[in-house]
Ligand binder design. Sequence first.
Ligand SMILES: O=C(O)c1ccc[n+]([C@@H]2O[C@H](COP(=O)([O-])O)[C@@H](O)[C@H]2O)c1
Ligand SMILES: Cc1cc2nc[nH]c2cc1C
Length: 604
Amino acid sequence: MEERSAGMWPRPTPLVGDTTSARERADDPSGWAFGDDVIEALDAVIAGRRDIRRFRPDPVPSDLLTEVLTAGHRAPSVGHSQPWRFIVVRDPSVRDRAAHLADRARLDQAALLTNDRAARMLDLKLEGLREAPVGVVVVCDRRTPAAGVLGRATFPDADLWSCATAIENMWLAARARGLGMGWVTLFDPDELSSLLGLPEDVVPMGWMCLGWPDERPPTPGLERAAWSKRLPLEDVVMEDRWFENVDAWAPTAPVSHLGAAHVGDGTHAGHVAQALPAESLVAATDTADGLLSPAESLGVLDRVVSRVEALGRGVMPLTGTLVLVGAAHPVAALGVSAFEERVTRDVLEAAVAGSAMGAVAARSAGLGLVVIDAGVPGEKPVGGALPARPLDLRGDLSTTDALTRADVDRLLATGRRLGEGAARTGLVALGEVGIGNTTVAAALACAVTGLSPLDAVGVGAGADSDIVERKRTVVEQALARIGPRATAWRADPADLLAAVGGAEIALLTGVVLGAASGGAPVVLDGLAGSLPGVLAVSIEPSVQSHLIAGQRSRERAHAEVLRLLGLEPLLSLRLRAGEGVGAALAASLVLQGLKIRRGVARTQ
Ligand SMILES: O=C(O)c1ccc[n+]([C@@H]2O[C@H](COP(=O)([O-])O)[C@@H](O)[C@H]2O)c1
Ligand SMILES: Cc1cc2nc[nH]c2cc1C
């Protein structure tokens, strides 16, 4: 028994909760501290935490993942509400679709920045999303009314802050174990929510890439990239109130790099196909990193070459095929082109003879050529071209559908077969010819990007202002006629192709699908030669990682279409040649890039 003085009783020590007494706490206020070694370790982990953008493909052991998630789940939360939920993503096709969303958001964001900042932002790595073996999407379940959670009635967003603390815990826990984590918020939150099927009021906080880091940055990446520096502590600490010592210093607003205003675009969804293998992408960037040249010194071309090497697993042949498709367009009868319809047939015949510009460009790039007659003017298919003509009569898009659904399905199927065949040769480049098809392409571009006809219609092969005016009217009529079919294009891209056309775009959409399923990179061309990429991605989202924007052409809506695809063009030459000329020029650049990658001296 404890000795006690008269009139004093022992302190009743609680059996649960805090067992310390007021006396103990008063005698030793710092007695709750961990030892110096723990403090030192914690400070080291906090100081050494980095936002990791590059990952090794090696798997994250499940016990380590659980430890990281446990750290997240131990975070503080408002009213002990634990509003976080962790969605662990390992499915490569979901990851690829998220990466496409991020690619697009990256271009959208760059468009908002000043030129220099945009270039630096585009230089920053986003491939981490494709490389990291695990993605953890931290979402905040906000379905409970704020007033029902202690502390949220007054600060309704405190649930989001709670989730942010969970993320920081995960970050530190990962870092301490040698794992890297990257918090990616370059998404339209609605798009990410629909990708993951989140219910209303469950909001994503971002995508955490998790894996073994393929970089060990001593300082933050954005500081290393000369984006910004950590502010001195004095600049962020104030005494007693905001701005009190104006004379000494005035806190400045966080730096903004915003340039001109810009409009974004909509959502994406569809079926799942084969995804880009993360380990081959890492292997390709490993090779690039080992060259006797600064990292990513070839800019956009370096990234394209890494993609191509990843798809070809380092043994991509230094050649490929230009698939050139010609088709007629009844809309040409409405005076929307400066040229006669028969030119389409002439060009296809010249292509077979090897002298159309696209054919010459393909040959000089070292590519093979496949010429397809998808219904050019004239009774008989062009001799020497593969016939793939629509069977039924077609209408001009302003008053009638351009194609029947059955023909669209046939064109897609034929294209797939051809694309699979072309994939076996290496790169697959797209080419089209069709007098009147920039009107068709403008209507498609309006449907898929939400551009107005005024902003989408361009000069095509050389229209004057009267022709441009007629093109706009036709596109307006077409969009008014098809109404909701335009907005529903993601759910049924083949229906949009039936409504608007054209046969060459439908066939090339099949080519993209077939080439991608054969594992080939696909080089897009101008406006009509890029829309097949958009439509194919809406059918099979993982096609996106196979696409290369060969060029940004002179046609008006092209830039917006590339932004929708999340792609940066290799060339910007104001081309309007069609026929795959731009795709062939870009393909030759890519092939040269591959030779450089494979030939340059390596470092240890
Ligand atoms: O590649 C482009 O973006 C491009 C831009 C303008 C015109 N074209 C070519 O010109 C043709 C369509 O022009 P138009 O004026 O008849 O609609 C078609 O054969 C296309 O290959 C192609
Ligand atoms: C001559 C000519 C060649 C073409 N190739 C693709 N579109 C074309 C349009 C014209 C007019």
